[in-house]
Design a protein around this ligand. Structure first.
Ligand SMILES: [Zn+2]
Length: 144
């Protein structure tokens, strides 16, 4: 191999490397795990729900309450198993769609787009804020 070709290869490799490194800022993509679902009769169980909530860094009860309300279905989260049981046939892509909406409102900072945020309940839990740990912005959000 000629030196010039070697150099070209090196640049190509570097370029590939840079493309693979995610941006360092907190505005990185939030990778929501795919819901692992099983169907039992007319119910659907999301087996990895606790893991999904952990990835979102939110209380699983809050995420569950949001999903049930927004999707208009009954169901419940069980702490022991980490499962979310839904009382109706809900498709995986529907759950993903609502998880992304949850991310948009209750996780991602609207000011700097960071996902390093937390939910704070104030005024006897009547008023909720999305507080950003990256830029300090506070955004009132609808209580769930
Ligand atoms: Zn922010």
């Amino acid at each position: 191999m000629k030196d010039r070709d070697k150099l070209r290869d090196y640049e190509w490799l570097l370029q590939r490397l840079y493309q693979r490194i995610p941006p360092k800022s907190g505005s990185a993509e939030l990778e929501i795990p795919e819901p692992e679902m099983i169907q039992i009769g007319s119910k659907v169980i999301v087996r990895n729900f606790r893991r999904i909530a952990e990835k979102l860094k939110r209380d699983p009860y809050i995420v569950a309450r949001y999903l049930l309300k927004e999707m208009g279905t009954g169901g419940k989260y069980e702490e022991e198993s980490g499962h979310l049981t839904l009382d109706s046939q809900i498709r995986r892509d529907t759950i993903m769609k609502f998880l992304k909406m949850f991310e948009k409102t209750y996780i991602r900072c609207p000011t700097c787009m960071s996902i390093d945020t937390r939910l704070e309940k104030r005024e006897k839990e009547r008023i909720w804020f999305l507080v950003c740990e990256a830029c300090g912005a506070e955004q009132p959000v609808k209580p769930i």
